[in-house]
Design a protein around this ligand. Structure first.
Ligand code: CMC
Length: 429
């Protein structure tokens, strides 16, 4: 490779600096050498929302936003969605390789040993109001797990870390299902470890009395694919929260609760919920053009459209759109699908969206599938959080084992007052 350096001339001083380039980046702290005088702190970059800053090296997930490519550990998302299972993908994310048949069997059985939650966790969940948002319950309950497993703060002990990883993957479906049963006023259903991971989750959600709840095959298939698609997405808002909070060396339950809180917002994992509310608000297909005009005037956003990284069709949205057809063949077509298709048709040909490279993202169609499967709208972000937990802990582990990492501590450009004297309250205007 030719000279892998960057030459910078500081026109304030005329000085020239040569900075090494590695992996297409310069080290931000190298800029600190650029100073006008000895008292100068040195040059920084200003990058609100981390639009162009790599905060870590990672070997987990690769995205090419312009080409619409997503791979976990090198495997294309389309192949994993078609051929793999969610638990196999969790293994792949955490260990970097696909498991052998024996490794997968052992992994599934280990996770199953951690599906139950302490009875006091159940009691804690019972304390929420009848109309509590399930994502609020999920966040708080995951945080509370740290009080049940205080040893979890020994984050540099590999066997302790491994135990919490198993617990987190195993317990989040139970917490999610209990939060659903709570808002429905239904008795909690305990895990049944004779069932598969996905069947068990659906059983905890929907089983009531007799006859025994039989998980529809298409629901198991759909949820398996949706969980795979949502398992990881490199340095998104919630994963960055996981890394940032985890960099203080707090236990993984507290860090996961922080990540889940980041996911809750309508610009991130709350978007699938917001899409359904938007479709409800639009109401009928003839209202779509008027709604699009409002969005173009800046009166609200077209939820489920646009992405910080993808400037092309989100590859996950492609898989989900096809999956929606399969699910609707069994459940019947939701009239909102017509509205969604019309929104997509108009948006993809409208100059406003084309110019800004706004395409459907993972959340545009996922909500319609969740709805067809009987999940209430406010539960959608929780359905995102269950699989994303595996991505969060994969990144958390990668971060704490990375010698380059330290406690996350961004800098600021201070633009406030210079020093001034305290004014007695009686003298203030
Ligand atoms: N509807 C209308 N206009 C939009 C939208 C949208 N959904 N998204 C972006 N824009 C416009 C935005 O107004 C701006 O226009 P202008 O240049 O005239 O000011 C331009 O496109 C660039 O937008 P931005 O806000 O600078 O882009 P961003 O990279 O900061 O935001 C986003 C990414 C996902 C937050 C944003 O596209 C958005 O709010 N989308 C709707 C919410 C959503 O669907 N979120 C789910 C993301 S995928 C799942 C996940 O990872 O959580």
């Amino acid at each position: 490779m030719a000279n892998e350096t960057l030459t910078i001339t500081d026109n304030r001083t005329g000085k020239v600096y040569e900075l090494p380039i590695a992996h297409g980046t310069i080290h931000a702290t190298d800029l600190r050498k650029i100073k006008v005088n000895d008292d100068d702190f040195g040059m920084m970059t200003y990058d609100p929302a981390f639009m162009n800053t790599a905060s870590c090296k990672s070997t987990v997930t690769y995205i090419d936003g312009d080409k619409g490519i997503l791979r976990y550990r090198g495997y294309p998302i389309e192949q994993l969605a078609e051929q793999s299972s969610y638990l196999e993908v969790t293994y792949l994310l955490l260990y970097g390789e696909l498991p052998t048949a024996a490794q997968l069997q052992q992994w599934e059985s280990e996770i199953k040993q951690h599906t139950y939650i302490h009875e006091n966790v159940k009691k804690l969940m019972e304390g929420f109001r009848y109309d509590a948002h399930p994502m609020g319950m999920f966040i708080s309950t995951v945080a509370a797990l740290s009080t049940f497993y205080p040893e979890a703060n020994k984050i540099f002990a590999p066997e302790v870390r491994q135990k919490q990883i198993l617990r987190l993957i195993g317990k989040v479906p139970t917490i999610a299902a209990f939060s659903y049963r709570h808002i429905k006023g239904m008795p909690y259903v305990y895990p049944n470890n004779d069932l598969s991971f996905i069947q068990n989750f659906l059983n905890m959600m929907y089983s009531i009395g007799t006859p025994r709840y039989e998980v529809p095959a298409i629901f198991e298939k759909a949820l398996n694919i949706l969980f795979i698609l949502h398992a990881d997405h490199e340095q998104n808002c919630s994963t960055s929260a996981m890394r940032s909070v985890g960099s203080s060396h707090v236990d993984p339950y507290s860090a996961t609760a922080a990540a889940a809180a980041a996911l809750y917002g309508p610009l991130h994992g709350g978007a699938n919920e917001a899409v359904l509310r938007m479709l409800d608000h639009i109401g009928t297909i003839d209202q779509v053009p008027a709604f699009i005009e409002k969005v173009k005037k800046g009166e609200g956003r077209l939820m489920g459209f646009g992405h910080r990284v993808y400037k092309n069709y989100d590859p996950r949205a492609k898989v989900i759109k096809k999956l929606a057809d399969d699910v609707f063949k069994v459940t019947g077509v939701d009239p909102k699908l017509e509205i969604a298709l019309e929104l997509e048709r108009i948006a993809l040909s409208d100059e406003y969206f084309v110019k800004r490279k706004l395409y459907p993202n993972v959340d545009f169609y996922s909500g319609l599938i969740y709805k067809a499967m009987g999940f209430p709208t406010e539960f959608f972000p929780v359905l995102f959080a269950i699989p994303r937990t595996s991505g969060w802990i994969t990144h958390w582990q990668e971060m704490i084992l990375d010698e380059d990492q330290k406690i996350a501590r961004p800098r600021q450009i201070y633009l406030g007052h210079d020093t001034r004297d305290y004014v007695d309250i009686a003298k203030r205007k």
